[in-house]
Design a protein around this ligand. Sequence first.
Ligand code: ATP
Length: 304
Amino acid sequence: MRSVTARVPAKINLCLGVGPRRADGFHPLATVYQAVDLCDEVRATAVDDDGVTVTVHLDADRSRESGLVPVDADNLAVRAALALREAAGTTDGAALSIRKSIPVMGGMAGGSADAAAALVACDALWGLATPRSELEAIAATLGSDVPFLLHGGTALGGGRGEEVSPVLARGRFHWVFAIAGQGLSTAEVYARFDRLHGEDVAEPEVPTALLSALAAGDAPRLGRALTNDLQDPALSLRPELADVFEVAEDASALGTLVSGSGPTVMVLAEDGQHAAEIARALLASGTCADAVQADAPEHGAHLV
Ligand code: ATP
């Protein structure tokens, strides 16, 4: 049985500037993405018919999230495979199997990551050799974060996030992710953003202090420059996340920020040892369901 596996990182937003809601319902974003070594794997296996199916495997201690991930055509990995197939004009099928480590509804783009991995895996399984620019165009139709998850590393995101361009970043960064027991709906967080801000929203910008911290590979400066316009809306929906911030601060974190639309909170550490200390403090505090260490930047979706 022929099968190929693609590995894909989670994303974080080092800054997430959100502009006024556009006529199409999307918000313009000015963001700096970073891919972190907290990875899902998507295996694509050849089948005899034209069906595209999916199964999802979560670690035993993550079973609370099972049931949140669709196992039909709503799964973003299936949608990606079907979009690729349509673009290529083939009728091959595939059995997709997702091993999930990225928290579900955690603001780390787990579904989009699986879509990017499915594009890469199915492209190889079906022998399509789709040009990179075409894969990126298909990715953009699947979701705002999908092009970045193909790209990986550290990158600027414009438009609604799908316009990705590289940014200069030196060194490795050490993160801890405080994972909540229950996810948050991205749509709900944006709706709260609109309610909190009304029409009074400026065009979003990427802070120059953040770009210069990345160019210098300066973690303490990066920690001070982290910003997220969705943090207040997420905190207003989940006030208890403030307790995570307090624990991280007590553990001398370099910076703490809600990841994307939350509720995952990302904590920047000085090095691996400091990250382990922060993770221990978070777990002991009982303010989150899990605390996971991951370094960055990571490669985008790639075959393993
Ligand atoms: P984002 O940061 O992109 O807003 P998120 O990380 O908060 O997303 P996801 O885990 O991507 O959230 O899940 C968002 C929605 O997508 C959920 O309602 C989930 O049911 C659906 N979904 C579809 N396919 C997948 C998939 N492969 N993995 C996880 N969720 C998926």
